[in-house]
Design a protein around this ligand. Structure first.
Ligand code: FEO
Length: 395
């Protein structure tokens, strides 16, 4: 069933309340999500994006109940990732010669995934436009690396709608579609999680692209992303927030993440937390067991932090595999301008803090001294190091 967005623009996507993860199991979904596709019925009939493959039958049946599929003049594919292009093969079986407007890189991703080089691709780049009648145009803006090389946004003149695809989205189900109908706290929490876990590696490009969009002085009445709520109440607020987030964003927060075998390293984590609170009562402290809290939710807290402390006991002359995997993901997200401290208990050889130091330096963190390395379980004397680490992180 279509939902009205503005004038002759309708939402025809999929709101998925049951989704539990995304990108395989790499991104946790806590409050549902959506794949937003849009139908424009001006003199030209245009479909902007599709939905993920498991929902393709539902999507095409719904679309066919709203319009004669043969009336679709063209399709805009803002991005080739399968959550937006997954219904394209089934749709193209029904309307095989329909032009598909997309970037040159999107042709590569679509052909690579679906093996249909014969589809009627119309390659566009920034500034290209297409007339849709009634005095309105679609203007294309490449959004390279936000978050794929093929990403693009489409601006509809007249109605002043920016179809931004992944940028400005959230994995958050809003049945009523719009940001003014959403739970504000959840909306911002999910937008922040999305930025931290998907867009942060590309922050320098986000900054540049936002500057470019703002410099165009476009009137933007609606930002219609491909996931989550549509921004119709003060849509520029999410653009301004992206700009703020893109500039090595941090709050007065320190996040402590650890895993533990026999609770020694856990005790060190909590002692560091207490010392930080004592030295700097205004600093927000968050403490997570890496094995018990979802990695995406911890990374959102890392994004907000000015510093982190990471702990692991020594096992097999190394760190726990849970912490090792977590550090791989931390490196992927390319955080900048953050300090880190390392800690861990050991029984025999005690390499964990050295390994943590190397891994965190490699992930772009400034690792402070001293290391909080504790033989067996900590005693009062060991805790002096917690004060030193807290001081170094708060400085
Ligand atoms: Fe990059 Fe929502 O797909």
């Amino acid at each position: 069933m279509k939902k009205h967005v503005k004038n002759n623009v309708y939402w025809v996507g999929k709101i998925d309340w049951e989704l539990e993860s995304f990108h395989g199991a790499d991104y946790s979904i806590n409050h549902g999500s959506s794949q937003n596709a849009y139908l424009i019925t001006e003199e030209k009939t245009v479909l902007v994006d599709t939905v993920w493959r498991p929902h393709s039958s539902e999507f095409i049946n719904n679309l066919a109940s709203e319009i004669d599929l043969n009336k679709i003049d063209f399709i805009v594919m803002n991005h080739g990732e399968i959550d937006h292009s997954g219904s394209l093969p089934a749709l193209m079986e029904k309307i095989p010669n329909t032009p598909i407007y997309c970037t040159a890189n999107a042709v590569k991703s679509l052909v690579g995934q679906y093996h249909h080089p014969e589809w009627n691709y119309k390659i566009v780049k920034t500034g290209d436009s297409v007339d849709i009648g009634n005095g309105k145009k679609l203007v294309f803006v490449e959004m390279r690396m936000l978050h794929w090389p093929d990403s693009m946004a489409t601006y509809m003149t007249g109605d002043n709608i920016l179809f931004s695809n992944d940028a400005f989205g959230q994995h958050y189900a809003v049945e009523e579609l719009f940001n003014d109908k959403a739970d504000t706290c959840l909306l911002w929490a999910e937008a922040l999680k999305y930025y931290s876990n998907i867009l942060n590696p590309f922050s320098p490009l986000v900054k540049k692209k936002v500057e470019e969009i703002l410099a165009l002085n476009l009137t933007i009445d609606i930002i219609a992303p491909s996931h989550g709520a549509i921004w119709r109440d003060n849509p520029i607020q999410i653009v301004e927030k992206y700009y703020e987030w893109s500039k090595d964003y941090q709050e007065d927060q320190i996040t402590i993440a650890y895993d533990t075998m026999w609770e020694g390293t856990m005790q060190l984590a909590h002692k560091i937390g207490k010392e930080i609170s004592s030295i700097s009562p205004g600093t927000k402290v968050k403490i997570f067991n890496i094995s018990k809290t979802n990695k995406n939710d911890i990374m959102t807290e890392v994004f907000k932090s000015k510093a982190i402390a990471v702990g692991s006991p020594t096992v097999g002359q190394n760190i726990l595999s849970s912490v090792g995997g977590w550090l791989d993901f931390l490196k992927e997200l390319k955080f900048k301008n953050k300090k880190a401290a390392v800690f861990g208990c050991y029984g025999w050889s005690g390499e964990s803090t050295k390994v943590l130091r190397e891994r965190l330096s490699d992930a772009g963190f400034e690792v402070v001294d001293p290391e909080f390395r504790c033989n067996w379980n900590p005693v009062e004397e060991d805790y002096r190091k917690a004060t030193e680490i807290a001081n170094a992180l708060c400085k």
